[in-house]
Design a protein around this ligand. Structure first.
Ligand code: GLU
Length: 398
């Protein structure tokens, strides 16, 4: 009795969601916590998207099960977006809409991997990559990008890590948790390595596509020879402030899209009908609200970067996209406030939650013990206050 599956023990609880739950617990106790743990826009979903959802309810046509892979018009609109904005010739048959990008990735892992296969994960990585690989009974192979290279993995590192068992390579750009953005030349070099291995599929997680301050987003599938072996993951949560609507999607070669469709048909069926109508408005209407949010994020990046620089001992890269900082805080490991000693990132984050009332996520969950993740998808006022609190709390450590 009371025994859960071996499968469930193979991976950890999502650290991002666990930290968000802890922050919520503190808030429920009346403590004024500033939440910088969850990667969640503080903006509201733009009004025209909400209006589309309301209209869909009033139309009375969208109450039944949608097709598993998503409404045809939404898939066509997403394919058109890929053709126009990303230079990738996806058609509707290549698109599968899911309950968030997390499900898109889970579908892909479960549809492609066999037990014992290896998956190269660029590290630092988003928490769920590792867990989903383990869920599929495959083996995560972490390839690490150091802070000195803006946390980016190089093509030669990828080449070294590939074995006859490598089946998938997964990374995000712009990256969660580091904010790094791969340049075209860097992705081209990786594509060249991949093209030598016909068994390998690349999962390019491009959910932060819009939140990119470099001026160019490069879709991996647009590079020579990569269309046939790339799954492009995207979603509406980040660029359109639609986290709760749960709409993610992939573009992929038809055989993979069909596999994901079959998987999803048994797991969840289609994504919510009304959320899909909202997503259609988001992708076909004005992108001005998205660009306005991105401008705000860019402003906040400067603020946080400058405030972090003022804190002794903290090392940070200068993120080029997404809305995260991933500073190295290991200078503080081993230090104590007289009551407790900060041994690692978990202790650091608990100390910050309890002492400074700021929630962050320990870097270990993303593959780098020395770092912590800070989401700057929060108001300027909250960010300034949070950084002040963090600085004060750290000044108490010796
Ligand atoms: N992707 C977001 C994050 O990294 C949302 C939480 C999650 O699903 O992990 O914070």
């Amino acid at each position: 009795m009371n025994k859960l599956s071996i499968r469930l023990n193979a991976f950890e609880e999502s650290a991002t969601l666990a930290m968000a739950a802890k922050a919520r617990e503190f808030k429920n106790r009346g403590i004024d916590v500033i939440s910088l743990s969850l990667g969640e826009p503080d903006f509201k979903t733009p009004a025209h998207i909400c209006e589309a959802a309301k209209k869909a309810i009033d139309d009375g046509k969208y109450f039944a099960y949608p097709p598993v892979a998503g409404y045809q018009d939404l898939r066509e609109a997403l394919a058109a977006k890929y053709q126009k904005e990303n230079n990738v010739p996806y058609k509707a048959e290549n698109i599968v809409v899911s309950n968030g990008a997390k499900q898109s990735i889970a579908n892909a892992m479960l549809a492609i991997l066999n037990p014992g296969d290896e998956v190269i994960i660029f590290s630092p990585y988003w928490v769920s990559y590792d867990a989903l690989v383990r869920l599929a009974e495959a083996k995560p192979v972490l390839v690490k990008g150091g802070i000195e290279n803006d946390f980016k993995v190089t093509a030669s590192q990828v080449e070294e890590a590939i074995t006859s068992k490598t089946r998938i390579i997964i990374f995000s750009s712009p990256c969660n948790p580091t904010g790094s953005v791969f340049l075209r030349s860097e992705l081209e070099a990786i594509a060249q390595v991949v093209s030598k291995h016909e068994n390998i599929v690349v999962i390019a997680d491009e959910i932060y596509e819009h939140i990119n301050f470099t001026g160019e987003h490069v879709s991996f599938a647009s590079l020579p020879g990569m269309f046939e072996r790339t799954i492009t993951v995207n979603g509406f949560a980040k660029g359109f402030a639609m986290t709760g609507w749960r709409v993610g999607y992939i573009g992929a070669p038809k055989w993979i899209a069909d596999g994901c469709n079959k998987m999803q048909g048994q797991l969840t069926s289609a994504n919510c009908s009304i959320a899909q109508r909202a997503a259609l408005a988001a992708i076909t209407d004005d992108l001005a609200p998205t660009f306005a949010m991105v401008k705000e994020y860019e402003k906040r990046r400067e603020i946080v970067y400058n405030l972090l620089k003022e804190i002794p001992g903290i090392k940070s890269n200068y993120p080029q996209g997404a809305f995260y900082f991933f500073p190295d805080v290991s200078f503080y490991y081993g230090k104590s406030d007289g009551e407790r000693t900060i041994k690692n990132g978990d202790d650091f984050c608990m100390y910050m939650l309890e002492k400074a009332h700021v929630s962050l996520v320990p870097g270990g969950a993303f593959g780098e013990e020395k770092c912590i993740r800070l989401s700057y998808a929060a108001s300027e006022k909250d960010l300034r206050e949070a950084l002040k609190r963090i600085k004060n709390a750290l000044s108490l450590l010796n």
